[in-house]
Design a protein around this ligand. Structure first.
Ligand SMILES: [Zn+2]
Length: 267
């Protein structure tokens, strides 16, 4: 079992390095194929520079040839993908046996969803926008979950119910407070997690997002003494927080609003 776990983790880090490439090259006209090269000196990377996470540590975060700094994004995404792939293995192993082929179908299904969410996080973090093609793909795949997940009829409405307030905020503020991309993202989150867990994910995202924003503001006040305020819209994208909330609730099912407890008391 431990061997399987390590295998899934390593697989995750390898796929994570591919997700980095996809997210960075998306909309740039560069294909996803071809050898990776340094973004500074353009020198093609050798085999020992292509190991996920380890190469970054081994090279101390610098290009072997030109010594320019390599972005922290690379090992961070690789590590995060590895952890998610490992968590998914542990999560599914509780109810399915690794020996059944249905296990791999289910594993692949969730892995595809998380890969999409990771790409969306990277892209939103870098460009402060969520590409429609990725959020629509995520929503579409999430609807499948309604048919085999532990869902009630209400969960079919979860997507549109979550989308509506985001849409209204977008309309009222003319897109200044929040982009519609976040609305398209919660559509899929609603269908993946259902009404109650989906709400927990969104509330958790706001809590983490607000904490981080506050932390950055305090940090800026202390460090720079500058009066420049933090512009939420332009500096902190909300998508990565929504996705972090979704991942945490998916694996841990925290009852943030105590709604599950409330419902079981009523029934
Ligand atoms: Zn270089």
């Amino acid at each position: 079992m431990i061997l399987f776990g390590i295998l899934f983790f390593v697989l995750g880090t390898i796929i994570g390095s591919f997700l980095n490439v996809v997210a960075i090259r998306y909309n740039t006209g560069r294909s996803n194929g071809g050898r990776s090269s340094c973004y500074s000196c353009n020198k093609a990377l050798s085999w020992y520079e292509l190991f996920p996470v380890f190469s970054f540590i081994f090279l101390r975060g610098r290009c072997h040839h030109c010594k320019s700094k390599i972005s922290w994004q690379y090992p961070l995404v690789e590590l995060a993908t590895g952890i998610i792939f490992l968590a998914l293995f542990v999560f599914l192993n509780t109810s399915y046996s690794v020996l059944f082929s249905s296990y791999y179908i289910l594993y692949t299904y969730y892995a595809v969803i998380f890969c999409l969410l990771i790409i969306i996080s990277i892209y939103d973090f870098r460009h402060k926008i969520i590409p429609d093609s990725f959020s629509y793909a995520f929503s579409l795949i999430s609807t499948i979950h309604l048919f085999f997940g532990n869902t009630s009829g209400w969960d079919f409405l979860a997507g549109p119910i979550f989308f509506l307030p985001f849409y209204l905020i977008w309309r009222v503020s003319d897109g200044k407070w929040m982009g519609l991309g976040d609305g398209k993202l919660v559509l899929g989150i609603g269908w993946l997690l259902g009404l109650i867990d989906g709400l927990s994910a969104i509330v958790l995202a706001f809590l983490i997002g607000a904490t981080v924003a506050l932390g950055i503001m305090v940090y800026q006040k202390i460090v720079s003494h500058s009066r420049r305020g933090l512009h939420f819209k332009s500096e902190i994208p909300f998508g990565p927080f929504l996705i972090l909330g979704t991942v945490l609730i998916f694996f841990f099912r925290w009852d943030i609003m105590s709604l599950h407890a409330l419902l079981s008391m009523i029934q």
